[in-house]
Design a protein around this ligand. Structure first.
Ligand code: PLP
Length: 384
């Protein structure tokens, strides 16, 4: 079974662990999310940290998307250099990088666009206020339950202090949250419940600001793939910012926010060792290729990826994800795949070192970040 997938992968000519992208699937994922945003009448500002790739950015542009989210100044500069002019930097403002952020904001404004920046403290607001002619759209980050960053949704004094700190020259554009707590959910209804809580909490925070004299026009922006994939129609928000949905991964599949046929990025890894006595395959595909992200199986086994099969002409599309073939251990360059006693022989029949297996990653954003280029199913390189 693994041999036939290797036969499909080997013509791609790869010699090292390589991310393979199923472009039709990724484009379908983009199209579906864009259509949902349109029918819900919300702005679709996808997070580009998942692919960080100008060519894949173009797949979004092909669906009419012109507003994007990034998580670092470098990413913002990269996409600005590839023609994107409406960019939200959805990572807390780093005062040390303020001169570069201001240069970028001015550059985007000169091209008819806008840089969005994100703050969650009165100190950051004052830093911005002290910075003259800084044409940025300011988002105030709200913690709606994830507990990472953001002013607490039920902390009206802190929220008012942020707005006050901005002074008269920087009116906040809106309130922004990342509902990353949906990643702990393992049932679609739970994800939707967390999403609805987050929307209600954003409304609560905006009402507090309105009572304090600012707020009725503040936009509400929210984004995480589990909820954006599972909510059928967005209500009570103005903007969505999911990113991971473009490729999805085993984490989304586990949560129930995608089908196996929505996964669009896998890592093709050469087989370097076969160990029938311990029912293991060793691949060139370690933590520096897959990331150390893992899922804990019910039986206590930690899984760093699952092997998959291809189908003729398409190594990724319509192939199965093999729960019975988990990557159970990673070191820097090595991955160890452990098969059950009753299926080692049938799965590895004909498999030799030098063959290539397909590994579905746990978290595609982290995995793709580790690679300088991708391959599409025709074997064409997609540079980043
Ligand atoms: N917005 C912010 C601020 C984020 O931190 C993230 C992801 O970390 C996203 C949007 C996109 O969420 P996801 O990766 O679930 O698509």
């Amino acid at each position: 079974m693994l041999k036939s997938t290797s036969n499909l992968l080997r013509p791609l000519g790869l010699t090292r662990p390589t991310v393979v992208i199923d472009e039709p699937r990724a484009r379908a994922n983009i199209r579906r999310m864009a259509a949902k945003a349109r029918t819900s009448n919300v702005v679709f500002r996808p997070h580009f940290k998942t692919h960080q790739c100008a060519e894949i950015g173009q797949w979004f542009a092909d669906e009419g998307i012109s507003e994007i989210t990034v998580s670092s100044l470098e990413m913002a500069q990269y996409f600005a250099g590839h023609g994107w002019t409406d960019i939200t930097l959805a990572f807390l403002l780093n005062p040390v990088a303020l001169p570069q952020i201001r240069d970028l904001a001015r550059d985007l404004e000169a091209r008819g666009g806008r840089l969005g920046v994100t703050i969650d403290s009165a100190a950051a607001a004052r830093t911005l206020a002290a910075c003259d002619s800084f044409p940025a759209r300011v988002w105030i980050k709200i913690d709606t339950g994830y507990g990472r960053t953001g002013v607490g949704w039920n902390e009206p004094e802190e929220l008012a202090a942020v707005v006050h700190g901005l002074g008269p020259h920087h009116l906040p554009a809106g309130l922004l949250t990342h509902t990353g707590n949906t990643y702990a959910a393992r049932a679609p209804q739970r994800v939707i419940g967390l999403h609805e809580d987050a929307v209600a909490r954003l409304h609560h925070a905006r009402a507090d600001l309105t009572a304090a004299g600012a707020g009725p026009d503040l936009l509400l922006s929210l984004g995480d793939t589990p909820s954006c994939s599972l909510v059928s129609r967005f209500r009570g928000i103005d903007e969505i910012r999911p990113g991971n949905f473009v490729f999805n991964d085993l984490m989304q599949w586990e949560i129930g926010s995608c089908e196996s046929s929505d996964l669009a990025a896998a890592v093709a890894c050469p087989v370097v060792g076969l160990y029938p006595q311990r029912r293991q395959i060793v691949i060139h595909g370690g933590a520096v290729h897959l990331s150390k992200e893992s899922l804990l199986r019910d039986d206590g086994v930690r899984v760093f990826g699952l092997l998959g099969t291809g189908s003729p002409g398409k190594p990724l599309a319509t192939g199965a994800i093999l729960r019975q073939a988990p990557v159970t251990s990673l070191s820097q360059e090595h991955g160890i795949v452990t098969l059950a006693a009753d299926n080692y022989e049938s799965m590895t029949a004909g498999l030799e070192i030098g063959d290539v297996v397909l590994v579905w990653p746990i978290h595609s954003c982290l995995t793709c970040d580790l690679h300088q280029e991708f391959l599409n199913l025709d074997g064409r390189r997609i540079e980043r």
